[in-house]
Every structure is written in structure tokens, then in C-alpha cells.
Design a protein around this ligand. Structure first.
Ligand code: FES
Ligand SMILES: [Fe+2]
Length: 428
């Protein structure tokens, strides 16, 4: 349970809010590289952390990210012309460089205005198929995070995005919540559920495939440099007289990223706040060994991303709401546990059903929610650290060996042995 005040503190991320200040201390992914496919391609409107921005790609390939409204009279630069080394407002031709520098002002002879004014501009980088932005104070810009997927060949990455209508924290909590996997995602996790027999889902690329029927995993949590990680340990029947267990380790990387494992894959999921009521989910999938995997129809089907009634196939805006009951087919529920097709569509229905900001003062948490509680705690702790003049948790953490895992081991194996790249956080 959270007080109403802490809930607000947690959820409000606009400019000048305490949590908004925390998010602005990290490099956050804001777009896919393919959203700006080539030099001088069409500019893209992006709303991130409650700010309306325009992204464009210069002739030299660099990505500019500026306040959307023109400095002159506020017209959207997203309608502008992308010209060589900048973007030109359509209305009176003011031209801005990616740095925000005002290059040309053809409707006024006063050239000093170009020295006086500068558009709000944020530094960007590109890596791992994503465009990253740093929106915080220049003097606190941290090094670019070195995620291990940035070393995987782009052809072996599957990078997708989706915008939906709930606060980022509802989605982060869904990702931190291991105990829903075997229940909400029953169709995938327990394919034999109708007849009451457990058959393990053998799809090694399915994040909702569980090796066991154990609905109440034990959770163990440890704070790390990057945030925290937890292990969900599920009991397994003995094999050849040997006791076994299944271990799923999920890293929660500050501020709002998780890595979900399947036996062969890593799914890195960023929940980037658009504003207090909307979130951009960016997901990067790759094989743990960096090899090629099938990214075609099956990937979208498993998640329900191929359903045009629930996901706009051009803008990737989620279309589920109470009017269409989040795509739930009640009649199908005799054979389809949730009545909602696809793992991601199931998750989004849960996240959006209480409204954009859930009242956390009315909840009743249980032991299975331990990771949810920790995710909130480290964000709120980061607000306090920042207000005390320190850096939020994990800003400079080495992410190069951070990984999730889903493995079946002998019962005696300590779970931390499976996460050798995660360093425990030492008390400050
Ligand atoms: S509003 Fe952009 S140049 Fe006038
Ligand atoms: Fe889920």
C-alpha cells in the first residue's frame, strides 16, 4: 500500500516534478531507429516525460530532438522541412539545427535574434536499433548505458514499440510481478489447463512458457548497482531421484526497465513515460547467444500484436479500452482462459482496466508482490537521493553483463550463481 502522496510522487513525471527529475537523469530510448529511416526523412512527433518534441534526421544521419513548437509563434516543427543540417518551420522559415541553434530567420532583418534565442534541444544517441535521449541537466549527463544487446547484430534483434494509456508504473509493476505469469497467461503457461493436467509449454522463445505448474513461486530479491533483481524459484518434480527447481531471474534496471527471460531469449522491455497517463513500451528481443531467431508472424501472434482491432498497425498505438472490452471474447473463455488473444494484449488489459493511475492506497499486497514493492521503493528512494544532492540509483551502472535467466537446475544450486554479471549494491 502507498499513501496517496507517495502514489502521486511515483506517478507524476512531467517537467519539474520530483520523479520527472529522476527520469531525466537517465538516457531513455524514445524512438526506434527505423522511425527515422534515412537522412532527411519525415520528422516524427514524440511526446516523452510530458514534453511535446519533434525528432528528425539530418543529412549527416544525426538525430535532432527539439521542442515541437517553433520559437517564433509556436507552430509545430513536425510539419516543417528537413533540410540538410536542420529543420525549417513551414510558417515563416525559421530554421533550427539539431543543437537547437537558430540558423535562419528569413522574415526578420534582426540577426541578433539568432544569438539571443535557442530552441530546447536534447542530446541523442543511437544504439541497439533505438534512438536514445538525455533530457536532464547537461552537467549531470551520464555515460550512455552499454546494454549487452547493443553488441548483437541488428539483424538478430527484434525491436518494437507500442503506446498505451496507463501510467508507466502500472506497466513496470506488471513486469515485476512474476506470479501473474502462470495465471493471466494460462493459455501459454499451462496449455493443458482445460483438462487439468500440466503440460509444459516447450516454446523456448516464449516468455510466458513456464517449466512448472507451481503458481506460488518463492521470491528472493537483492539490490544491485543497476536497481535490483529477483529470482522466482518454482519447485519441479524429481528427475532420476534428483530434486530440481526452475529459476527465473528478472533484473529490474532503473528507472523502468526489466529483462524477461525465456529458455533461449532475453526480452528487454523499457517503459518510457509519455506523460502521466500514457506510456511508450519499447521492447528489444534477442537470443541469449546473440544468434538469429524467427522474428516473423509467430512473434506478433504470441503477443497479439497482429490484431488490428487492438493495435494500430501503422502507429503502434494500443486501441483497447472499455468500449471494446480490451478485445475480450467472453464466449471463447471456455477454452481460452482470458478471452484475450496474445500475452501483451492480456497484460495491457490488466494494466489499463483500473484507469490510468491505480489507487495504491486501497490495495492489499501479499508476499508475491515483493518485487512490485521493491520497484516502487527504489524509485521513491531515488527521488530522495536526488533531493539530497546525490545521483538516483543505477545512473552509472555497468549494464554490459546484466541478463535474465530461465533455467532448471538441481535443487541445491544457489540462484545468484546464475547471474554472474550482477553486482550487489553496497550501502552508501
Ligand atoms: S511560427 Fe515558425 S517561423 Fe513563424
Ligand atoms: Fe504478463
Amino acid at each position: 500500500m502507498l499513501s496517496k502522496e507517495d502514489n502521486q510522487l511515483l506517478c507524476q513525471i512531467g517537467p519539474g516534478t520530483p520523479m520527472g527529475d529522476v527520469f531525466r537523469r537517465y538516457w531513455n530510448p524514445v524512438l526506434l531507429s527505423e522511425d527515422l529511416p534515412g537522412a532527411d526523412s519525415d520528422p516524427v512527433r514524440v511526446r516523452i516525460l510530458g514534453e511535446d518534441l519533434v525528432a528528425f534526421r539530418n543529412s549527416d544521419g544525426a538525430v535532432g530532438l527539439l521542442a515541437e513548437g517553433c520559437l517564433h509563434r509556436g507552430v509545430s516543427l513536425a510539419l516543417g522541412r528537413v533540410e540538410g543540417n536542420g529543420i525549417r518551420c513551414l510558417y515563416h522559415g525559421w530554421k533550427f539545427a539539431a543543437t537547437g541553434q537558430l540558423l535562419e530567420t528569413p522574415n526578420t532583418p534582426d540577426v541578433r535574434i539568432r544569438e539571443r534565442l535557442k530552441a530546447r534541444a536534447y542530446p541523442t544517441r543511437e544504439a541497439g536499433g533505438l534512438v536514445w535521449a538525455y533530457m536532464g541537466p547537461a552537467e549531470h549527463e551520464p555515460p550512455m548505458p552499454a546494454w549487452s544487446f547493443m553488441n548483437v547484430a541488428t539483424a538478430n534483434l527484434k525491436v518494437v514499440r507500442l503506446d498505451s494509456g496507463s501510467n508507466y508504473m502500472q506497466l513496470v509493476e506488471g513486469g515485476a510481478d512474476s506470479s501473474h505469469v502462470g495465471i493471466l497467461h494460462t493459455n501459454f503457461a499451462r496449455p493443458g489447463w482445460i483438462t487439468g493436467e500440466f503440460r509444459a509449454n516447450e516454446e523456448e522463445d516464449n516468455p510466458a512458457a513456464l517449466a512448472t505448474n507451481d503458481m506460488a513461486p518463492t521470491l528472493d530479491i537483492e539490490d544491485t548497482e543497476f536497481g535490483f533483481h529477483y529470482a522466482a524459484v518454482r519447485a519441479l518434480p524429481d528427475e532420476g531421484g534428483q530434486a530440481r527447481k526452475n529459476i527465473r531471474i528478472v533484473p529490474l534496471v532503473m528507472p523502468s526497465t526489466r529483462i524477461i527471460p525465456s529458455p533461449a531469449m532475453q526480452f528487454v522491455v523499457f517503459e518510457v513515460p509519455i506523460d502521466d497517463h500514457n506510456t511508450r513500451t519499447i521492447s528489444v528481443a534477442h537470443r541469449t547467444d546473440g544468434g538469429h531467431f524467427e522474428t516473423g508472424k509467430r512473434y506478433d501472434e504470441m503477443r497479439g500484436r497482429d490484431n488490428p482491432a487492438l493495435l494500430d498497425q501503422k502507429t503502434f498505438v494500443y486501441l483497447g479500452n472499455w468500449d471494446n472490452r480490451f478485445g475480450q471474447d467472453r464466449k471463447a473463455m471456455a477454452e481460452d482462459w482470458s478471452g484475450i488473444r496474445g500475452v501483451v494484449m492480456e497484460d495491457l488489459a490488466m494494466s489499463m482496466s483500473p484507469g490510468p493511475i491505480v489507487d495504491r492506497s486501497a490495495e492489499h499486497l501479499v508476499a508475491a508482490d515483493a518485487a512490485v514493492v521493491r520497484a516502487r521503493r527504489q524509485l521513491l528512494d531515488s527521488v530522495r537521493l536526488l533531493q539530497a544532492g546525490q545521483s538516483p540509483i543505477g545512473v552509472k551502472a555497468d549494464l554490459s553483463r546484466v541478463a535474465a535467466c530461465d533455467e532448471t537446475t538441481p535443487a541445491a544450486t544457489p540462484w545468484k550463481a546464475l547471474a554472474p554479471g550482477h553486482h550487489a549494491r553496497v550501502a552508501r
